[in-house]
Design a protein around this ligand. Structure first.
Ligand code: PLP
Length: 379
């Protein structure tokens, strides 16, 4: 474990925003709560389950909160160790939307299954299914299984309906596996959509396609009771389709520059709950300032997207190195060393994974702090 240092002391409750040491990851609690309620209300109106992805925040307390507000739809995890952290913290309903390979991990997975009220894992080939059945039989535990269908993302998932029928049948006939249904992660459509209407049309088309796969599997005699889909950008369109039983958005709790770009029709700066608070540490020229947050505090993993200032339009974050963020301040004449600037970040999930702590504020005062308990849990 990392050696503790004085900076590991959490800001005390009641601390004013202006007194928080930087760089710090801030969460506006009012905005976060509104974001969670927004998707929960959507799910309720369209009679679809909301199982939020906890890969975004990796904090059990927030998983419990999302689960409660969404009427007990459970949570989604992307790594086994993330799921183990959530289970240890009392979350009892988990879908692991990832392919688990290797005996040691399968042993962990099956033991985890046994401790939960609901658990399902993801497969897309016989090389996943056969070893899982073997370990489940050895430990005499029944494991829930979801079959992944590739709807065009070209990542994981079966690519032919014949293969899907064959695998679904194999799973359904396995003594220690329980075939629960399918997942189709249609996030690929966001790169093609040019408008809200376009996004809705592409999501509907993807769900129509998924419905055909489901029909083919059911025609082969295997009931498909769960149909899981959705990212933050797509869930509120895909989730309207009658074939879908569950949506799995992650980033909606916080939003980020990516979501502003994808869903500009409903997401603006004021809908982004998570920001990184920085301090201007240098102003070498009148048109250049440097803040104390570079790529080690703000993940820059997405296609050249840059952080954007939360409360200003006249400052541009133009470049980064590990601990430095270059700002173009040629349009701003009031920036000085020691000033504090807050940025909406390119990608929340990978940024949170770089930090020990999130600081929750209401009315610019610390009301809550969280340890990012599943931070770095990638195994
Ligand atoms: C399978 C799966 N489902 C859901 C999500 C959540 O998507 P988002 O974080 O865009 O809401 C992800 C994100 O990577 C994913 O891989």
């Amino acid at each position: 474990m990392p050696v503790p240092s004085p900076t590991d002391t959490l800001p005390q409750l009641g601390t004013e925003k202006r007194d928080i040491e930087t760089p710090a990851v801030l969460v506006d609690l009012d905005v976060m709560e509104d974001n969670i309620k927004d998707y929960a209300e959507f799910a309720e109106s369209y009679d679809v389950s909301l199982r939020s992805h906890t890969k975004t925040h990796k904090i059990p307390d927030l998983s419990h909160y999302q689960d409660r507000l969404s009427g007990g739809g459970g949570i989604c995890c992307q790594t086994l160790s993330e799921a183990e952290v959530m289970a240890q913290a009392g979350v009892s309903d988990i879908f692991l939307s990832y392919n688990v390979v290797g005996d040691a991990k399968l042993q962990r997975l099956v033991r985890l299954t046994d401790s939960l009220d609901y658990f399902a894992t993801l497969v897309d080939c016989v090389e996943h299914v056969a070893p899982l059945q073997e370990v489940a039989a050895e430990l005499d535990v029944s494991v829930g299984v979801i079959l992944e269908i590739d709807l065009g993302l070209n990542r994981t998932g079966v690519v032919s309906q014949e293969e899907a029928v064959e695998l679904a049948t194999t799973i359904a006939n396995a003594s220690h596996l329980s075939f629960k249904g399918v997942m189709g992660y249609e996030a690929n459509v966001k790169s093609f959509a040019e408008s809200k209407e376009g996004l809705e049309r592409l999501c509907t088309e993807a769900m129509d396609e998924l419905a055909e796969w489901v029909e083919t599997i059911e025609d082969a005699g295997v009931p498909v009771t769960e149909v899981k889909v959705g990212s933050t950008t797509t869930s509120k369109f895909s989730g309207k389709h009658p074939i879908v039983t569950e949506i799995n958005p992650g980033m909606y709790i916080f939003n980020d520059v990516g979501e502003i770009n994808n869903r500009g029709f409903e997401v603006g700066k004021s809908d982004c709950a998570l920001t990184v608070l920085t301090t201007v540490i240098s102003k070498p020229t009148p048109d250049r300032a440097v803040v104390d947050a570079g790529s080690k505090s703000i993940s820059m993993d997405k296609d050249g997207r840059k952080p954007i200032p939360r409360y200003r339009e006249d400052v541009e974050y133009v470049n980064d190195s590990e601990e430095h963020g270059w700002l173009d301040i040629s349009a701003a004449d009031d920036i000085e060393v020691g000033d504090r600037l807050e940025f909406i970040i390119p990608h929340v999930c990978t940024t949170v994974n770089q930090h020990d702590t999130l600081v929750g504020l209401r009315d610019d005062m610390v009301e809550k702090t969280w340890n990012v308990q599943a931070r770095g849990k990638v195994k």
